[in-house]
Design a binder for this molecule. Sequence first.
Ligand SMILES: [Fe+2]
Ligand SMILES: [Fe+2]
Length: 664
Amino acid sequence: MVALDPKSKDEVTLFISNDIQDEKFREEIVADGWHTANFPQDFPKNGECPPPGIYLLHENTFLSEFTGLLDRLFLIPQHHPIVVVGSRINQEYLVDLFGKRPFFHLPEIDRFKKLHKCLKSAFNALEKGAIKEDYERKLERMNYEIGELHSIGIALSAEKDPTKLLELILTKSRVITQADAGSLFLNESNTRLKLKLSQNDTLDWQTSGDVPIAIDDKSIAGYVAMTGQSLDILDVYLIPKSFPYSFNLSFDNQSGYRSRSMLVVPIKNQEGEVLGIIELINKRKDFVTRKPGEPLKNENIIPFTKKDRDLLSSLASQAAISIENNRLIHDIQRLFEGFVKASVTAIEARDPTTSGHSERVAAMTVALAETVGKLDEGPYGYLSFNKTTLTEIRYASLLHDFGKVGVREEILVKAKKLFPWELDALQSRLAYIRKSMEADFYRKSLDYAVKYGLERYLAIQKSFEANFKTSLDELEEILDFLTSANEPTILEEGNFQRLLEIAQRRFIDTDGREINLLTDREAHVLSIRKGSLSEAERLEIESHVTHTFNFLSKIPWTRDLNRVPEIALAHHEKLNGRGYPNHLAAESIPMESRLLTICDIYDALTAQDRPYKRAIPHQKAFDIMHNEVKQGLLDSYLLETFIGAKIYKVIETPLFNEGRNLRS
Ligand SMILES: [Fe+2]
Ligand SMILES: [Fe+2]
């Protein structure tokens, strides 16, 4: 309610209750200079604010059962005095009824002198009350503004999304200063601002963008950014030509909008650096009752006040902190993304054959988590993942194999049972044995011929040569057998026996040295029944999970992301407890790891570039994975979701592959 400050009787209405019907009495009052009205019929209805007034009421108003009238009394502002006329009413009753409201009791109606004095006192009380109310109103408004600034500060510091933060800053700036329109600019470099956001209630319009504006004294925003000084302009159309800056009319010309009053405030950080600009247009008298889209009347546009400038400056300094914090968070995120990318590059540089594995697994795992999180039914209907938990899953997936940097490269890329140099050594040894056998054969032939003569030698030469050829053939056959045993295919039982026999074979060379056909290491490795890795090598490969965990555990993750190491650690665990490294039981394997495991296995099976196995088609991979479900290794529901929702397709899209190329 707005109370006027009554400067004179002219501004005060004397409401007289209907019960006071003495005409002479009324005439005397008018003659005394009072502006009168009837109560209750002239009292404003529908909650309108009554004018400054004094109420001259007959005691019957309070003594009668007419409660409707009493109810109306409570609508009279608290500082408007009431004069009660009549001798029957009890003073104590009035004290109780009116509380702190100024009131006067006039027992006799026909003593005008007393009434005159009484009304004079009431007038003084009204004046004092008006001043008091004005102070109270100002205090209330101030408290409201402080409260608003406080809650704006809280809202600004809580907003993490940069786009929403800018929207919040501009909206709150307009609300607190009652501005119809406004724009927010950010300082992108020392020479250029960018218009990020504009709002306009009259046009019911908001737009965001990146329109560049030079920081110079030509434009209003550029001038404020350059000088760091606020501008408060009464009418932007009347900026003198002698001023360096001018108002750009193009928007008004295109839209038909009329910009008039303008308040422009820089957003400065503690060092005084200008981070951006808030530009507000047209303070509205009717801001509270405005309806977006309705034309703004000229008479409702008023100038911004000094208080608006102070409030906006205060909001701008809070905005500066939020913008800087937001930028800092964004920079940290970018820094961390860069670190993760560098780590992925390091894994792939170490093990180029799994190039792209980490990113493919991450893309599929996030897609699978999103799909599973949206399901309302099924065993995981309760699960949901938000932006942060999806980021956690993404980082765990990208880095799940990072520990491979701690595994020897030759083991990572080992395609056959023997390392290439081991096979070379074996082949060289057999070639040496062959040469030794040849030398032995020729020496023995010569010895025979010398001892028994050429004729006898020629007689047995064929049998000599046949024996020699048999030995060579056998050696050749051994080499062929060992070459095939070196392949990572399943070693049959008979071949295992044969390998043991070969391992027992010795050869005496021309110098009389005994040579084993196979070293212990060769015999051990070639007798691997499946795959290319010995037990020790397999354990070394498996240790990558522990290396990953140790590495990830050293990173001081934020609270939101602190489960990354735990998720990555469990990516080789199996539901039946036969996984590694901790042989976790199903219920102990994190859900995120189960998602990761499905995608990891799928990619390992279908990847095109692994040296130790050929890529297999989708369907074959699904068959193998279904078989693993039957063995109790994998989560059946997650696998069916992976297949049913075609999660594997996300790595086949051009967008994914383009993104990878851009990142690499
Ligand atoms: Fe792994
Ligand atoms: Fe992997």
